[in-house]
Design a protein around this ligand. Structure first.
Ligand SMILES: [Zn+2]
Length: 393
């Protein structure tokens, strides 16, 4: 099992210069290798592969571009390997009958990392030493697990990072918990749990989002290709990063909590795309347009794209795998109409109806709690339905 650990780097000015220089040389090599493959194919229908390109590296370093001697050789090999992977993915998709885009030339803002695939780096408490680059301050804010396999140096929105990919043992199962929980992901609350509790949505990144919108406008007003636009682009990227980080942090913490306290988690099988679609226009009998809730749904759409439900389910699934827990997904249709108490169907609820009052048995529940209870019930029956292997006689 592979796990990635990402740490912030604090290069000195001179070191940052070397990092950028290395990144640029790697990108040039990538683009050169791509155009070599393309030209060979166009002119002679010949295909050039990874091993042939790798074989040429020593000559490139000795004769054509001596400056490449100042880059660790495995870092350069990894550049060619990335290209190989891009081509493999391309051909795989062609073979599957898809029409993928041909591997792309990489611009300055797209190609943002290089990798030490085996060695060439060493790590101490506060520093990482990178071959041909130097010793850079690193902040190891969390403990790594397993054995480090590769180190990738990455530039993201004005900051440098080192990402270690580690080979880890398959985890020991955590002590079993009997708890089962159904989870309804929603707008009013980030999630409603079948035990009647809620996970509230983080509203704090609304603020970050406003900043983003403002900076985006500034960027759009500035002239394409200008220095000032580039400055504005960086600020936009920073705002994006802040939102991403806040959301990731929230989702990590909440999924950790949920996985720690439950043995089985039942989610709706989300198809967020369907939820984000625009509502249909509504007309009265005279053809006059009525409110279709589009304005409310616009806000809703935003909350949905914000909320990161997919990522939340993914994180729970990953963490569950590590802790020997189970994640079950069920068909979400009618989970808000069916009464979780008597299992009979109630009329469709409008979005602003927050309470489930059963017209048959009279039970009163929070609308989302009712849905979460239904989700849990569906999850249970789905698990029971899994056929047990027949004995061999
Ligand atoms: Zn009922």
């Amino acid at each position: 099992m592979r796990k990635a650990f990402k740490f912030r780097l604090y290069p000195k000015r001179e070191q940052e210069h070397t990092l950028f220089w290395t990144l640029t040389r790697c990108r040039e090599l990538y683009n050169a290798a791509l155009s070599e493959r393309r030209d060979a194919y166009r002119s002679a229908s010949k295909s050039i592969g990874y091993y042939e390109q790798k074989r040429d590296l020593p000559e490139i370093k000795a004769v054509l571009r001596p400056e490449y001697q100042d880059i660790h050789s495995q870092v350069l090999q990894d550049v060619l390997l990335r290209l190989e992977k891009a081509f493999k993915a391309f051909f795989r998709r062609v073979a599957n009958g898809e029409t993928p885009g041909y591997p792309r030339f990489q611009g300055r803002n797209r190609y943002n990392s290089f990798t030490y695939p085996q060695g060439g780096y060493s790590l101490s408490e506060k520093q990482v030493t990178l071959s041909k680059i130097g010793t850079i301050k690193i902040k190891l804010h969390r403990k790594m697990e397993g054995k480090i396999k590769t180190a990738t140096i990455k530039y993201e929105a004005g900051q440098w990072y080192c990402v270690f990919s580690c080979e880890c043992e398959t985890p020991e199962p955590s002590p079993l918990s009997e708890q089962e929980v159904g989870i309804d992901l929603g707008i009013t609350h980030f999630a409603a749990l079948s035990d009647g509790t809620f996970i509230e949505s983080p509203r704090y990144y609304r603020k970050a989002e406003k900043t983003l919108a403002r900076r985006q406008q500034v960027k759009d007003r500035r002239k394409r290709g200008s220095h000032r636009r580039e400055q504005a682009r960086r600020l936009v990227a920073k705002a994006h990063r802040k939102i991403r980080n806040q959301r990731r942090d929230f989702l990590h913490k909440q999924s950790r909590k949920l996985v720690d306290q439950s043995q089985t988690m039942v989610f709706e099988d989300l198809q967020t795309e369907n939820l984000v679609k625009r509502p249909k226009p509504r007309q009265d009998e005279n053809g006059k347009y009525l409110s279709n809730g589009a304005a409310a749904k616009g806000g809703l759409n935003k909350s949905i794209t914000d909320a990161g439900w997919d990522m939340f389910v993914d994180l729970c699934t990953q963490k569950a795998a590590w802790a020997a827990r189970t994640v079950v997904k069920v068909d979400p249709s009618k989970t808000s109409q069916i009464c979780s108490s008597c299992l009979r169907e109630c009329p469709h609820k409008e979005l602003d109806e927050r309470t489930h009052i059963c017209i048959h048995c009279g039970v009163v529940l929070d609308r989302d709690t009712n849905a979460a209870l239904n989700i849990l019930r569906l999850g249970r029956s789905q698990q029971e339905a899994i056929p047990v292997e027949a004995p061999p006689f």
